[in-house]
Design a protein around this ligand. Structure first.
Ligand code: ATP
Ligand code: MG
Length: 255
């Protein structure tokens, strides 16, 4: 069982990176072999994994340029998973990619070899529906969509779902929405409850029961270069991401 999931939503700041990093750490804590691919030139997932994005010898940009992925992967020591890091160089790769044939297949082809080394590969996508995101969608078996339960949360969701559908029809017939995740949830906020109800209606099957609460410890952990499990394993945020990992494994019949 090997699964590649793209964590994506073109809306910015909804918890893609927080989810990628903490889900990777939670899956690793259950003994799964996990690779986290930072596919955002902001390099936030790299930093949050305790790796200096400005000191990367190799990154996901090199992989797009044809470098074998295995030689670009580092072990994110404290976090318990492997990392294919990213930094600003990825923006240059994206521009270079624009003029190349079969550009949307680059990541898929690059991950073909190391796929056997891992149980899970998570791809943290940038907040745009650009060539990078399309590469991630072509490489993935499923899409995990974090949604912040607030006003405008559902705006843009239909273009994301259309893009998923387009990729499914053109390049990756197996692609599906694996799960929809409520992030930064505050049950005291009526609007959050309202958005959550709409998500229950729209994504009956896909919506995870696990809900990620708004939790300040989750926001603090990246500045210490650690997933929350290592930073404060008893926090609510940590428990929520462990619960998500458990739900994912149960859905796949993997436990
Ligand atoms: P971008 O679109 O820029 O890549 P993103 O979707 O990856 O953003 P994150 O970087 O994960 O979003 O989160 C945005 C901000 O919100 C960060 O400062 C993060 O620490 C904070 N944050 C994320 N999830 C939570 C949470 N559950 N509780 C509190 N703060 C959170
Ligand atoms: Mg991010």
């Amino acid at each position: 069982m090997r699964k590649i999931y793209a964590v994506t939503n073109q809306k910015g700041g909804v918890g893609k990176t927080t989810t990628s990093v903490n889900l990777a750490a939670s899956l690793a804590a259950t003994g799964r072999r996990v690779l986290l691919v930072d596919f955002d030139p902001q390099g936030n997932a790299t930093t949050a994994s305790g790796v200096d994005k400005n000191q990367l010898e190799h990154s996901s940009a090199d992989v797009l340029a044809g470098e074998p992925a295995r030689s670009c992967i580092v072990h994110a020591g404290v976090a318990g998973y492997d990392l294919l890091g990213a930094n600003g160089a990825l923006t240059v790769s994206e521009v270079e990619l624009m003029s190349q044939p079969k550009r949307e297949f680059r990541l898929r082809d690059a991950l073909a070899a190391p796929t056997d080394d891992y149980d899970y590969i998570l791809i943290d996508c940038p907040p745009t529906l650009n060539t990078l995101t399309v590469n991630a969608l072509v490489a993935a078996h499923g899409v995990i969509i974090p949604i912040q339960c607030e006003y405008f949360a559902l705006e843009g969701l239909s273009s994301l779902l259309q893009t998923v559908e387009r990729v499914r029809q053109s390049a990756n017939p197996g692609l599906r929405v694996e799960g929809v995740l409520r992030t930064m949830f505050d049950p005291r906020n009526n609007l959050a409850l309202d958005v959550s109800r709409q998500l229950v209606l729209h994504f009956e099957k896909e919506l995870y029961e696990a809900v990620i609460p708004r939790n300040v410890t989750l926001a603090e952990a990246p500045s210490h270069g650690m997933p929350i499990l290592q930073y404060d394993k008893h926090s609510r945020g940590s428990r929520a991401y462990l619960e998500l990992a458990g739900e994912m494994l149960t859905r796949e019949g993997a436990v």
